[in-house]
Design a protein around this ligand. Structure first.
Ligand code: SF4
Ligand code: SF4
Ligand code: SF4
Length: 424
């Protein structure tokens, strides 16, 4: 099956290339998963991205998460990272934590479902079909942040948190597909003769204890299963099979989904995993604090911010990390958090003060944030210049207008400000 899976990824990447290169650009806009939330849930628009998510959702209900195992380029990148690490003789241990359930769900609810649902409930929600908007790059970050996101969430997270670290710990789309995955009628099932060799668990690219699950539930119940078939391909006794069961005859037990403590204990696979469950609260708390502190700075998206946050938090709590290194990481993290919080706080207060025409406060906060935040954003310099102008300090108004002009000479607000100052 792996030959076909590779073929599927090749075709998908070819289609991505053709899409970007112009083929279908007029007909098919952004194919980002978040279209479901930003376009459909928010305003009722059905576009190409929304159609893709509908297809992913309903096919998962029947066949399982093929979207993840056979089509998602980001899942493929993490699998490739794992292969590269193996070639380099590095075998990271996969982290066993409850956060693999909680964190992606939190990101899905907090950033995508709740704000868009709130908007929909307070505005006129109306169904419309427009397949070519928004454009392909609408939700993608710039080149540098994009590259960094690939490196952190595609590679570093696998090195530190183990197999498909991003899919397990962060991906909200994975969280979204968990429900249909739990109900899927096709699953990996036990058909007899398991010798408990553990090969299936060792092969599973997303770190499921396949051997435990099929011997205790007769099927893989883990909703992270991406139907890659690596377990069935590698089973020496053909004890497992991807097979259908009538949903009316399926044995669904909620307790089957809360088995974390019992898995990964067999002596044949134990070394491949690290039990981090005793640290879950701290790992979650620290990741939240760091993630929220840096989220949005330098144009970083949620995936990158929380990916960095998880990696830092894991290393802070991991007793296997050298004490000296941990001390350095703690100090750097503390400084980073203080700096990030002070920048975000001063920007927020500065903008609020400007909107309330409280110009002295605007200057106090934005003067600070623009001096310590190396990412020059023209809008804040315009506010600062205007605030100086309003309190009668024309020299500083000119100074900050010039900076705003250098950042974006074409911006309308800069031109308006220049006219306002020259008319003084
Ligand atoms: S969990 Fe997310 S990143 Fe991973 S394969 Fe699925 S959609 Fe892609
Ligand atoms: S690889 Fe096959 S025989 Fe070995 S534990 Fe898995 S299902 Fe059982
Ligand atoms: S359980 Fe089997 S099919 Fe599912 S992700 Fe793991 S190896 Fe792939």
């Amino acid at each position: 099956m792996q030959k076909y899976r590779v073929l599927s990824f090749v075709i998908i990447h070819l289609l991505i290339f053709l899409h970007i290169a112009g083929f279908g650009q007029e007909l098919i806009g952004s194919l980002d998963f978040q279209e479901l939330f930003h376009s459909f849930l928010r305003i009722g628009t059905i576009n190409a991205g929304v159609i893709m998510v509908f297809i992913a959702f309903f096919t998962t209900l029947i066949f399982g998460r093929f979207f993840c195992g056979w089509a998602c380029h980001f899942g493929a990148i993490q699998e490739l990272s794992w292969v590269i690490l193996q070639k380099l003789n590095i075998t990271p241990r996969t982290v066993n934590s409850r956060l693999v359930v909680l964190f992606p769900l939190f990101i899905l609810l907090h950033f995508y479902i709740i704000p868009n649902l709130d908007y929909a409930l307070n505005h006129n929600w109306k169904i419309s079909i427009i397949t070519n908007t928004p454009d392909i790059w609408a939700f993608l970050p710039g080149f540098t942040i994009g590259l960094l996101t690939f490196f952190v969430d595609g590679f570093l997270i696998v090195y530190f948190l183990g197999r498909k670290g991003f899919c397990r710990f962060l991906c909200p789309w994975g969280a979204f597909l968990k429900l249909p995955s739990a109900l899927a009628v096709y699953k990996i099932r036990n058909v007899g003769n398991c010798s408990q060799c553990g090969t299936c668990t060792k092969n599973c690219p997303i770190g499921i204890d396949v051997s435990y699950e099929i011997n205790n539930f007769n099927k893989v119940v883990n909703t992270n299963c991406t139907n890659c078939m690596l377990c069935t391909d590698g089973c020496p006794t053909s004890a497992i099979k991807y097979a259908f069961t009538n949903p009316l005859k399926e044995d669904y037990q909620l307790s089957d989904f809360f088995i974390g403590d019992k898995t990964y204990n067999s002596s044949v696979i134990k070394q491949s995993f690290i039990n981090f469950r005793v640290n879950d609260i701290w790992l979650g708390l620290l990741s939240f604090i760091i993630g929220f502190a840096i989220d949005g700075l330098f144009g970083m998206g949620h995936f990158l911010s929380f990916g960095i946050a998880l990696i830092i938090s894991f290393n802070l709590l991991n007793v296997h990390v050298n004490k000296q290194v941990r001390r350095i990481v703690v100090s750097i993290t503390f400084i980073l958090i203080c700096w990030a919080v002070s920048v975000k706080y001063s920007i927020k207060e500065g903008v609020n003060a400007y909107q309330k025409k409280n110009y002295h406060s605007t200057i106090k906060y934005l003067q600070y944030s623009t001096s310590v935040y190396p990412n020059n954003i023209g809008k804040y310099f315009i506010y600062l210049a205007d605030a100086y102008f309003e309190i009668g300090d024309v020299e500083n108004a000119k100074k900050y207008t010039e900076i705003a002009f250098k950042i974006n000479p074409q911006h309308q607000s800069v031109k308006q400000l220049q006219i306002k100052i020259s008319n003084k």
